[in-house]
Design a protein around this ligand. Structure first.
Ligand SMILES: Cc1cc2nc3c(=O)[nH]c(=O)nc-3n(C[C@H](O)[C@H](O)[C@H](O)COP(=O)(O)O)c2cc1C
Length: 205
C-alpha cells in the first residue's frame, strides 16, 4: 500500500504484438483493479532493453542489487513498491515468452533466501496467458502456469490467480493464412474477459 493506502500494481506485458491477446487480458485485470481504486504502472517488456541474467551473483552480496545497467533498473523499483504484479504472456513453444523469461531470471535479484528479506514476500501475482492451440493442455499453457506456481511457492509470493484463453475470431475460429494461425481476439470471449476483470478486482482484497 502507498501512503494514501492505495493498492499499487505493476503490470508487465510481454507480447510483441500490438493486438495482443495476453495484453488484452491483462488490461481487463487492470480495469478491474483501477475501478477498485488501485494505482497501476505498466511496462511493455518487448519495447525495453532487458539483458539476460549473467549469473554473477552480485545481487546476493553487498547491496543485493543487480549490476546490469539496462531497463530493468527502471522496473526493479516498481516491482519492489507494488503490492501485486500482473504478468502477461503469450505461449511460445509451450511456455512463457522469452521477453517475460528474461525479466523473471533478472527477478532473481529480488529474491533472498531469508524470505523475510525477499522482495517477493507478500506479493500477489496474477497471470494472463494467451495461446493458439484449441486445447489449453496441448498449448503448453500448463507449463507456464506451473512456472508461476513454482516461482510463487519458492519465493513466498502468492499466485492470486491465472486467466488464460485462446483468441477466437467473430466466427469462433482462428483463420489459417499460409499455414500459420492468425491470432483472433480474446475480447470475443465475454466470460473470459469477465474473469480477468474479477481477478484484477481480487488483487485489492
Ligand atoms: C514463436 C511462437 C511460438 C508459439 N508457440 C505456441 C505454442 O507452443 N502453443 C500454442 O498454443 N501457441 C503458440 N503460439 C501462438 C501464440 O501463443 C498465440 O498466437 C497467442 O494468442 C499470442 O498471444 P498474444 O496475442 O498476446 O501475442 C506461438 C506463436 C509464436 C509466434
Amino acid at each position: 500500500m502507498t501512503k494514501e493506502n492505495k493498492v499499487t500494481i505493476t503490470a508487465l506485458f510481454s507480447s510483441p504484438r500490438k493486438a495482443s491477446n495476453s495484453t488484452a487480458l491483462a488490461k481487463e485485470m487492470i480495469r478491474g483493479a483501477v475501478d477498485g481504486g488501485a494505482d497501476v504502472a505498466t511496462f511493455d517488456l518487448n519495447r525495453m532493453e532487458i539483458r539476460a541474467c549473467r549469473a554473477c551473483y552480485a545481487c546476493k552480496t553487498g547491496d543485493h542489487v543487480c549490476t546490469i545497467q539496462d531497463d530493468m533498473q527502471e522496473i526493479y523499483p516498481a516491482l519492489i513498491a507494488a503490492d501485486a504484479w500482473i504478468m502477461a504472456t503469450p505461449i511460445y513453444w509451450f511456455t512463457v515468452s522469452a521477453q517475460l523469461k528474461l525479466l523473471m531470471d533478472r527477478m532473481f535479484a529480488l529474491y533472498n533466501q531469508d524470505l523475510l528479506k525477499s522482495h517477493f514476500r507478500n506479493k500477489k501475482i496474477a497471470a494472463a496467458i494467451a495461446y493458439g492451440c484449441e486445447d489449453p493442455i496441448e498449448s503448453g499453457c500448463g507449463n507456464a502456469i506451473r512456472t508461476f506456481q513454482d516461482m510463487a511457492s519458492y519465493t513466498g509470493a502468492e499466485l492470486a490467480g491465472v486467466v488464460h484463453g485462446r483468441g477466437v475470431t467473430a466466427e469462433g475460429r482462428d483463420p489459417a493464412v499460409d499455414g500459420y494461425l492468425v491470432p483472433g481476439s480474446v475480447a470475443a470471449d465475454a466470460e473470459l474477459m469477465t474473469k480477468a476483470l474479477q481477478l484484477g478486482r481480487h488483487l485489492l482484497e
